[in-house]
Design a protein around this ligand. Structure first.
Ligand SMILES: CCCCCCC/C=C/C(=O)SCCNC(=O)CCNC(=O)[C@H](O)C(C)(C)COP(=O)(O)OP(=O)(O)OC[C@H]1O[C@@H](n2cnc3c(N)ncnc32)[C@H](O)[C@@H]1OP(=O)(O)O
Ligand SMILES: NC(=O)C1=CN([C@@H]2O[C@H](COP(=O)(O)OP(=O)(O)OC[C@H]3O[C@@H](n4cnc5c(N)ncnc54)[C@H](OP(=O)(O)O)[C@@H]3O)[C@@H](O)[C@H]2O)C=CC1
Length: 296
């Protein structure tokens, strides 16, 4: 979507950049010329992704470089390491993509305290620790930076069976808006993306496992009748991390094929057939005629 080289000279940190959506966004940022630090808990996964992305056959000659650093986003000391090693390698940091997450479906009453903490700590604590650390660096060095948080649609609507994730993503969304207001004066922007279903191994293994996958079709409730493509999300993320979105801050962009609109009270009428609509129309018109007569 963006022109070639649109992110040249930029350095972006992508948490959870070794897999899934983080990896797809990293691939696109590199193609656009950005240098990218990817970080997460598993160094071997990060190294393999870095090797793959640096040796892709269609990699442009002026593509950016990848740096892979082990980091648990719940650990401030490891976050500081990512920041210092990124500055050492690339000179500065321009953007942060908070993409790391932990999640699984479960009736909430089955969760232990530790299970709840685990999700909230990765998603909420990890997001505010990383944002705080990078934000301090930007403010101290008068660098205008951009933070993009990968949220979910249920961060706003709420959702059963993923309650720790909803709580944590909801908190991160409020942080996005709150800091957008507070740090705008430093030239720091914060935005969020709320994706609907985009197939990844991480999400499907934990949110759409068997036997659910055999009996449920997630596209049924989506007005556009399909799941998202990684390239669609990467386009949006690159735009929101780029200077082209320079006047957008505190915003959440939903990219879900209309799934979140399912709450609309009459949307279930999609199941009504054309013949049934003929009958319904006649019935309503009959009622209209009757009420007119009553008024005469
Ligand atoms: C189909 C439509 C999809 C729409 C998408 C909707 C939005 C998607 C949002 C996402 O976030 S997708 C991202 C998913 N990716 C990941 O979660 C990757 C990382 N996840 C993990 O590493 C694990 O899943 C983890 C559990 C989050 C963390 O692993 P860790 O090794 O640190 O923890 P554990 O020691 O294994 O577990 C901690 C704690 O949690 C309990 N637990 C784990 N799984 C379950 C479960 N299924 N049900 C109940 N409890 C569970 C586990 O037992 C531990 O608690 P204690 O027993 O020690 O008390
Ligand atoms: N796929 C989808 O349909 C949707 C996804 N999302 C969001 O998109 C983002 C990416 O998810 P997706 O690509 O699907 O799933 P993945 O499981 O592929 O991505 C999650 C990433 O988080 C990393 N991670 C987990 N725990 C930690 C930790 N403690 N510290 C650092 N990194 C950690 C994982 O790496 P490692 O294990 O090496 O630490 C992994 O790379 C998440 O924020 C998710 O909530 C939102 C809506 C829909």
């Amino acid at each position: 979507m963006l022109r070639d080289g649109a992110m040249r000279g930029k350095t972006i940190i992508v948490t959870g950049g070794g897999t899934g959506l983080g990896k797809s966004i990293t691939r696109y940022l590199l193609q656009l010329g950005a240098n990218v630090t990817i970080c997460s808990r598993r160094q071997a996964v990060l190294d393999e992704t870095a090797r793959e992305l640096m040796s892709e056959p269609d990699r442009p000659a002026d593509a950016g470089e990848v740096l892979a650093i082990q980091c648990d986003v719940r650990n401030p000391a490891e976050i500081e390491q990512v920041i210092s090693q990124t500055i050492e390698k690339f000179g500065k940091i321009d953007g942060l993509l908070n993409n790391s997450a932990g999640n699984f479906i479960s009736p909430t009453e089955r969760l232990s305290y530790k299970a709840f903490d685990t999700i909230v700590d990765i998603v909420l604590r990890g997001t505010y620790y990383f944002t705080l650390a990078v934000g301090k660096y930007w403010i101290e060095n008068s660098i205008p930076g951009v933070v993009l948080n990968i949220s979910t649609t249920y961060a706003s609507t709420g959702s059963g069976y993923v309650v720790p994730s909803a709580v944590a993503k909801g908190g991160a969304l409020i942080m996005t808006k709150s800091l957008a207001a507070e740090w705008g004066k430093y030239g720091i922007r914060l935005n969020a993306i709320a994706p609907g279903p985009f197939p990844t191994k991480g999400a499907w293994d934990r949110l759409f496992p068997e036997p659910l996958a055999s009996v449920m079709d997630p596209t049924k409730r989506i007005p556009l009748k399909r799941v998202g493509e990684h390239g669609e999300l990467a386009n949006l993320a690159a735009y929101l991390l780029s200077d082209y979105s320079g006047f957008i801050t505190g915003e959440t962009v939903t990219i879900d094929g209309g799934e979140v609109l399912a709450a609309g009270e009459f949307n279930h009428l999609e199941q009504v057939s054309s013949e049934q609509w003929d009958m319904i129309e006649q019935s309503i018109k009959q009622a209209n005629r009757a009420s007119k007569k009553e008024g005469q």
